[in-house]
Design a protein around this ligand. Structure first.
Ligand code: AMP
Length: 244
């Protein structure tokens, strides 16, 4: 991790040289993607978003895209034999220079695999963070999510005041760039699919909360409450990253 101390004793991160390894957990809709983008912009830490990598593969009709599409559309986890090598290869390129992992690990096997690989390489996890949000709020937020057609790092949500799309000529447009092509993710349009994804997080025995607990028994997992909206959540997250 690269930082200097200011005259008042605060840690100040140096943009461009900051190296932190962060795991970001949270149910779908808790704002992991939005917060991950903010962390990337603030500290220049590469934001590795599993779901985005899958969607890029689907758009590009790659082998991974073809093999993962049906699972994603059904709201199931893509099998580990596809997901684990894809993400491990991706983070190996940044192994030593910092990353924020969002959407991985999502089950116990993935947690164990990642943890063992990091130990083998002698790499520390600097922060494991869990954005805490209840299931009903998460579901509402997923249903309100809108994608900007020109840049997927522009978050828009019709149910979150801070990132509500703008309006132009009576139509909703991206609040950041004004792009009129606001769409919904295929897997955000079906309530049963949303419920299944949230169930993998909250209910599945060896699912995502089991992965969180795996780390809780080994290190501090810092909880950040996600109910308070984008800005407050981000302020709380920054406090953790700067002062912990
Ligand atoms: P997300 O964009 O994080 O909501 O992820 C979208 C979908 O990609 C999920 O519902 C899963 O089908 C798949 N996916 C994302 N991350 C993982 C993972 N770590 N393991 C398996 N499947 C994943």
């Amino acid at each position: 991790m690269n930082y200097v101390f200011s005259t008042t004793g605060q840690r100040v991160y140096q943009k461009g040289v900051c190296e932190m390894n962060i795991l970001l957990f949270g149910p779908n809709g808790s704002g992991k993607g939005t917060q991950g983008t903010i962390v990337q912009k603030t500290f220049n830490v590469p934001h590795i978003e599993t779901g985005v990598i899958f969607r890029e593969n689907i758009i590009g009709s790659t082998d991974i895209g073809r093999r993962s599409k049906e699972y994603i559309n059904r709201g199931e986890l893509v099998p580990d034999d596809i997901t684990i090598p894809m993400i491990m290869n991706r983070i190996r390129t940044n192994f030593k220079s910092g990353w924020l992992l969002d959407g991985f690990p999502r089950n116990l096997t993935q947690a164990e695999t990642l943890h063992m690989a990091l130990e083998k390489e002698g790499i520390n996890l600097d922060f494991v963070i869990q954005i805490v949000l209840d299931r009903d709020t998460a579901k509402t937020r997923i249903m309100g999510r809108r994608l900007c057609g020109s840049d997927n790092s522009h978050p828009n949500n019709i149910y979150i005041e801070a990132i509500r799309p703008a309006e132009k000529d009576g139509k909703l447009v991206c609040r950041v760039c004004g792009c009129a092509a606001l769409t919904m993710r295929a897997d955000d349009q079906d309530e049963a699919v949303i419920d299944k994804r949230l169930s993998i997080y909250f209910d599945t025995e060896a699912g995502t909360l089991a992965a969180v607990n795996y780390f809780k028994t080994r290190m501090q997992v810092i909880e950040v409450y996600g109910l308070s909206g984008v800005e407050d959540t981000s302020k709380n997250l920054m406090k953790v990253l700067v002062y912990s």
